[in-house]
Design a protein around this ligand. Sequence first.
Ligand SMILES: [Zn+2]
Ligand SMILES: [Zn+2]
Length: 377
Amino acid sequence: MMQLSIEPGASRTAVRAAVLSEAPGPLRVEELGLDDWLAPDEVRVQVHSCGLCHSDLHMVDGEMPVALPTIPGHEISGTVEAVGERVTGVAVGDRVVACLSVFCGVCAECRAGRSSLCVRRNDLGRDGRPAPRLVRADGTPVNQAAGLGGFAERTILHQNSVVKVSDEVPTDRAGLLGCAVLTGIGSVLNGAKVRPGESVAVIGCGGVGLNVIQGARLAAASTIIAIDPNDENLRLAEQFGATHTVNPAAGDPIAAVTELTGGGADHVFDVVGRAPTVPQAVAMVRQGRTAWVLGIAPLGETVTLPAMPLVVANKGVQGLLMGANHFPRDIPILADLYLAGRIDLDTLVTGTISLDEVNDGFDRMRRGGAGRLIATV
Ligand SMILES: [Zn+2]
Ligand SMILES: [Zn+2]
C-alpha cells in the first residue's frame, strides 16, 4: 500500500495530465503535483485509460462553460491505489470505473432514487480546501472537469464517483461503461423503459447513439432505426442492432421514420440535441409518445417547436441526463452483460491514442469519426 501524507498539501506526487487553460484551445500535457493526502471520502486512482467524449470536445471548443484551468476526461478506468478513512465501497487494488454522476446520497433527489440528479454534486469536491487535489509547479490549482479529470496518470476522486468492476473487462473498454454505454443503454432501460415490440428511432450514431441502439436491442424493440449523416456510423449502427438506417443527406428522415413505423416511432432518442434535431425528433415520434433528448447543446442554444401539433398529437419531449443512471447498480450489470456477450464494447473502440495525442483525437472527432477513441494513460 502506498504511503500517504498525514497533512493536506504537505507533499505531492508528480503526474502528467492534459490541461485545458483557455477555451477554445488545445490541451497541453503538463506535469502537476497530486496531493499525497486524502480526505476521508476520497480515493486515489491510477488511471489506465480515458475515453474521448463529445462533452469533452464541447469543453475544449469553448461551447460548454467550465472553470479553467481544468483537466477534461470522464470515461475513466483505473486501479485504486489508496483510500480515505471513510471509504467502504472500494479497496486498494480494485479495478474501478468512474462516472460523472457523483452523488451525495442524502439530498432530496438521492433519497428519491434519482441520484443522477443529485443537487449536492458540486459540494463533493475539495474546492481548494483544505488543499487543492492538483496544482501546477507555481501552486496554481488545476480543476478536474465534472469532478473527475481523467486525462491524467493518476488522480483523486470522491468515493461516490467510482464503482468496482471485474478485472475480466479489458481496461480500455471498461471506461466506456461510465458514460457512453451507461447513457445510451440507461436511456433505453431506465429512462424511456422501452418494452418488447416497440419501435425506436435514434438521431446521431456516435458512441452514445450506438449504445441506445444496442440498448433497444436488449429491450427487444422490434424496429430500430438509425439516423446519421455518416455512412460509416450507419454501418456500425447495423452491427449494434439497427434494423434500418437513414442518411438524412439521401432524403427526409421524418418521412422515412413515419413510413417505416406506420405513423411514428414509439420512442425517439435525439442524441444530438441541437436546434435542428429536436423538432425532427418530436415530428418522428408517434402520437401520445415521447421524444427523448440526450445530446447536450452548447449553452444558450434555443429549440423552437410547433406548438399545436405537440398538444393535438399529445406528444412529450423530455430531456434525459446520463441515462437516468444509478451507476453503482448499473455499471456492474453492464459489465456482466458484456462478459456474457450480450452487449458489444469491442466494436465501440475504434482507436487508441496516447495522452500526448489527445488533441489529434479531438480533431478526429471534429471530422465526425465513427465509434470511440480511447486515450491510454
Ligand atoms: Zn461523456
Ligand atoms: Zn444527492
